[in-house]
Design a protein around this ligand. Structure first.
Ligand SMILES: [Zn+2]
Ligand SMILES: [Zn+2]
Length: 142
């Protein structure tokens, strides 16, 4: 498979060994356009008859996160985090607090605000996080 080689190169570039678990988890993240929690990934691995423990899934995700291959989305009021493939395109998320769905939103409205902060505080902005939470359109009204 083509994506397998792509991920192998990616891991090599990050000085990580290409293990079956790492490659499979990267493939799952690629197939699912939305961020997934470690539990979601664990369930998908089980469905594919891949034997792995949940703690291994966490460990793999954290390793990939440290190398900036996988980005972490922190969910408020939830100890779980969701993970997605690191995407060079800066973007934000909408988190549904009821069904826990996460939607990725393209683009960023904060560029002007960053400029304002730089001028106001003489601060060099290197980035920001913004997660918007509430109810998705299926959960509105409950
Ligand atoms: Zn929802
Ligand atoms: Zn932004």
């Amino acid at each position: 498979m083509k994506s397998k080689n792509y991920f192998k190169e990616m891991l090599k570039g990050a000085e990580l060994k290409s293990t079956k678990h790492r490659i499979t988890i990267l493939e799952i993240l690629k197939e699912n356009k939305l961020p997934l929690s470690a539990e979601d990934i664990y369930i998908k691995l089980k469905q594919n008859d891949i034997s792995i423990s949940l703690s291994t899934v966490y460990r793999v995700l954290e390793t990939l996160h440290k190398k900036d291959i996988v980005a972490k989305v922190n969910i408020p009021d939830d100890s779980k985090a969701a993970y997605e493939l690191y995407n060079n395109e800066h973007h934000h998320h909408l988190l549904c607090v009821k069904c826990r769905k996460i939607l990725a939103v393209e683009g960023c409205p904060l560029e002007e605000y960053e400029k304002f902060l730089e001028n106001r505080f003489g601060f060099t902005v290197k980035g920001h996080n913004l997660e918007v939470y509430g109810y998705c359109n299926s959960c509105t009204g409950y």
